[in-house]
Design a protein around this ligand. Structure first.
Ligand SMILES: Cc1cc2nc3c(=O)[nH]c(=O)nc-3n(C[C@H](O)[C@H](O)[C@H](O)COP(=O)(O)OP(=O)(O)OC[C@H]3O[C@@H](n4cnc5c(N)ncnc54)[C@H](O)[C@@H]3O)c2cc1C
Length: 448
């Protein structure tokens, strides 16, 4: 019997878990379906611009920074410029500066008087805490109103999940809001009472591109990732599990004591199909929408209306063809050559996926460029343009996700030694993925 822990998937979740297991002297092997490790973390250089098609910036918690220090990557870490705290939202074809301080939102022309009134009076509205899972739209419209959902929460959630507030679960994506309603009777009261606890994150990235994190983790691992190995099925044996995988067109099997899935839900579904068809069906139900990432490099002097800050988000109601843009070189100047500006623009996701069916990638880029040109008052065409497509981008933690979590827990109890992880369990941000890997390794240390 092989006393090894098999890690399915060599994205950040799989690699960080391997690192955590190695630290605890637990033997592991990583099987990765792709030709390269790293999953959605993908960086490259074009015409002197450093581009990230996956994660661009990391909202690092103190635990993330401690991890980066621990692995010896601190010297490659860049902190975002101080102006990155400035954020903008688009309404009526222009950029509105938005402060996270609700009192400042009350004085901004971004929201109508009616919406500001609902914001201001939220604390007097009767609480209706419920233990039933609720959509973001239902919760926000109940506590505030439709406009606040459409013009504040819709773009904010586009920026993280490229999702739809009518489907995302508030308990999953903004769990502190229903908690505050329960504890304080009001979301705004909760915000003021927890003001200090909300900060503490630093926006960071890695010099040269965020795949530096992947490369560095790989350099620390004593076991190489086995590439081009796609796990297809798992069977229970008398002593553990028999894992079937495809490698170079051949079907291979490996006998293991423990197995951790860090693969996307739809891939994990295939792995658990024979063991638990009902869980497999739930996992297949998790939506991963298509997304596009457009990188634009411009001469700095061609950008007449440069937002001095992190970037801007676009509410669906604004009717544009993109979800938002990061002013990459404003926050991380070394991402662009001297005298140039780099923008990273996101399109698609649940609400805009239909554009991929309705127009070619070239037409979509042209449309985005024209809309962006108006907002930024671009006077010259970009000097660099690159478009990346993700066919399955970010898992949607929609209402019903609680059922997935319950089924995963029941499965793990029924099949000791198998753990189901991945960003639809840990949370999608890199800090959440890293933190989850540490916790999982602790659990594995107990059973190993
Ligand atoms: C466009 C985009 C932008 C993002 N921006 C940010 C950001 O700015 N900040 C942030 O914190 N987060 C961001 N995220 C989220 C974050 O990058 C991801 O949640 C995180 O990288 C996921 O890591 P993972 O290892 O869980 O999954 P993945 O990266 O998806 O890795 C899973 C791995 O499993 C492999 N695999 C699949 N099937 C099999 C199989 N059958 N057998 C073996 N291996 C298999 C895949 O090839 C892949 O390598 C972004 C994500 C995307 C897509």
């Amino acid at each position: 019997m092989n006393n090894i822990t098999l890690i399915a998937g060599g994205g950040i979740a799989g690699l960080s878990l391997a690192y955590e297991l190695q630290k605890r002297n637990i033997p592991y092997v990583i099987l990765e379906a792709g030709r390269e490790p790293g999953g959605v973390v993908h960086s490259f250089v074009k015409d002197g611009f450093e581009l990230d098609a996956g994660p661009n910036s990391i909202g690092a918690t103190p635990a993330t920074i401690a991890f980066i220090r621990e692995i010896g990557l601190e010297h490659e870490m860049m902190e975002a410029a101080a102006t990155s705290k400035n954020r903008f939202l688009v309404r009526d074809q222009r950029l509105h500066p938005i402060s996270p301080n609700p009192l400042k939102i009350l004085t901004s022309p971004y929201l109508s008087g009616a919406a500001k009134w609902r914001l201001f009076t939220e604390r007097f509205r009767a609480a209706q805490p419920t233990d039933t899972e609720e959509s973001v739209a239902s919760f926000i419209q109940r506590r505030f109103n439709r406009e606040i959902c459409d013009y504040l929460f819709d773009p904010i959630l586009s920026g993280i999940y490229a999702g739809d507030p009518a489907r995302l679960s508030i308990q999953e994506v903004l769990p502190f809001l229903p908690r505050w309603e329960k504890e304080y009777g009001s979301v705004t009261k909760g915000l003021f009472k927890n003001k200090g606890a909300m900060g503490g994150r630093k926006i960071i990235a890695f010099k040269g591109g965020n795949n530096k994190l992947v490369k560095h983790l790989l350099s620390l691992l004593t076991e190489p990732v086995r590439l081009n190995c796609r796990i297809t099925a798992v069977e229970r044996t008398a002593t553990g599990y028999s894992v079937q995988y495809q490698a170079k067109g051949q079907t291979e099997t490996m006998q293991v004591a423990r197995l951790v899935f860090t693969t996307p839900a739809y891939a994990t579904a295939n792995g658990v199909q024979e063991l638990d068809p009902a869980l497999a069906q739930l996992l297949r139900g998790i939506i991963y929408p298509r997304m596009g990432v457009l990188h634009l490099g411009c001469d700095q002097d061609a950008v007449q209306n440069m937002p001095g800050g992190f970037g801007f988000l676009v509410p669906r109601a604004a009717g544009l063809h993109f979800l938002g843009a990061i002013c990459t070189s404003e926050i991380f100047p070394s991402r662009a050559p001297q005298g140039k500006a780099l923008f990273t623009i996101f399109t698609g996701g649940v609400q805009q996926e239909h554009y991929f069916d309705e127009m070619s990638d070239e037409d979509l880029q042209q449309k985005i460029l024209s809309e962006l040109g108006t907002l930024l008052q671009l006077t010259k065409p970009p000097v660099m343009q690159h478009f990346s497509r993700w066919e399955k981008a970010i898992p949607q933690l929609n209402t019903g996700h609680r059922q997935v979590r319950a089924a995963v827990q029941a499965f793990e109890e029924r099949f000791p030694g198998i753990f189901i992880s991945g960003n639809y369990i840990s949370g999608v941000s890199i800090p959440a993925v890293l933190q989850h890997a540490g916790g999982l390794a602790e659990k594995l240390a107990v059973v190993s």
